[in-house]
Design a binder for this molecule. Structure first.
Ligand code: TXA
Ligand code: MG
Length: 323
């Protein structure tokens, strides 16, 4: 077990870059969630990511780059639609899946023929990439299957003693992971709903397909149903039923409620309220789930959120957390 250091500021970025260049593991903030970084082109360093997270070797990683030109060196095709999307949305919360080149190790792609690339917008992530001078493989910096971290404390709660350092950049702005879009076959295909809503993408790249591909493309391997889950039984219920469901569960186990607009259930239910708008809700969601967990709730009742594209990624994560 190694001691995990908490780094910050310009000196922290320099030290994090040094650790990474030596093959170490350093968590860093992005605009979506914290990532667990390692040199993407160093197979041994990348293996360390899987070991630290307890991540199945079948689930490939996103490679983070500073510039579009850096991404192009990792892919064997860069179609015009990739160029248009990158010009419009990079740096930002969009991950593109493309055919890979030989330079990308099997450890990154889980042996597959494609690679996921993204240019993050967070200034600390960008300064770190510049200081390292090489692409960084980085999944979300949580234990496999747990909710993604949106603060350095969340990272340490999951990975303390298992990674070299965490760069503390405060809470993440967006709070939900990037949108993952495959440009491998035919029309763009949505592999994971995320912080960038679908209509914004479609305005640039035309209609996007969803669901399991008919031929060839596997659905995003990381999208197992039980994913993004807190360590509790989660019930997703309509606003009008939140109180009755919570009060019933509370008779049996310590129960939490995650509200948006409905009235608090009262009793001994541990209650948190998130913002009514999608951006504010996304920003607070993972921290709220972790907070209810740390208050010892083994059942969590979540008020269902509205329809509409800006809620898609949130609805997706809530339905995956629910059981
Ligand atoms: O916002 C984010 O995307 C964050 C920050 C740190 O960038 N990263 C993140 O990584 O959420 P991770 O590993 O937790 O999720 C990456 C997703 C997984 O569902 C994985 O299966 C999918 O992207 N993925 C990665 N490479 C892929 C590939 N070559 N083909 C299809 N899906 C891929
Ligand atoms: Mg993840």
């Amino acid at each position: 077990m190694r001691a995990t250091r908490r780094l910050s500021g310009a000196d922290g970025i320099a030290e994090a870059a040094r650790l990474l260049r030596e093959g170490g593991l350093v968590a860093f903030p992005t605009e979506t969630v914290y990532g667990l970084g390692a040199l993407a082109l160093d197979p041994l360093a990348v293996r360390g990511i899987y070991a630290a997270k307890g991540r199945p070797a079948t689930n490939p990683l996103i490679v983070h780059v500073r510039e579009t030109a850096d991404a192009r060196e990792l892919v064997s095709r860069w179609p015009p639609v990739a160029q248009r999307l990158a010009e419009r949305f990079w740096p930002g919360p969009l991950t593109l899946v493309l055919p890979r080149t030989e330079r990308v190790p099997d450890e990154v792609t889980a042996g597959g023929s494609t690679v996921a690339v993204r240019s993050p917008a967070h200034p600390i992530a960008r300064q770190l990439l510049a200081a390292v001078g090489a692409p960084l493989a980085a999944p979300s910096a949580n234990q496999a299957e747990h909710v993604s971290p949106t603060t350095a404390d969340h990272v340490l709660a999951d990975l303390d003693g298992r990674i070299d350092a965490v760069l503390d950049g405060g809470p993440c702005d967006l709070g939900i992971e990037s949108t993952v879009l495959s440009l491998v076959h035919g029309a763009p295909r949505l592999l994971r709903a995320g912080s960038l809503p679908r209509p914004q993408l479609e305005a640039i790249c035309g209609p996007i397909e969803t669901g399991a591909a008919s031929e060839g493309v596997a659905p995003s391997p990381g999208m197992h149903r039980r994913h993004y889950a807190p360590a509790a039984t989660v019930k997703l219920v309509e606003p009008a039923r939140v109180s009755s469901v919570a009060r019933q569960l509370e008779l049996m186990v310590r129960t939490g409620a995650l509200l948006r607009v409905s009235e608090p259930p009262g009793g001994d239910v541990e209650t948190l309220r998130l913002a009514g708008d999608a951006a504010g809700y996304a920003r607070g969601l993972y921290a709220a789930l972790r907070e209810l967990e740390s208050r010892g709730c083994t059942a969590i009742v979540i008020e269902q959120v509205p329809e509409g594209p800006e809620w898609d990624a949130i609805r997706d994560r809530l339905s995956r957390a629910a059981n």
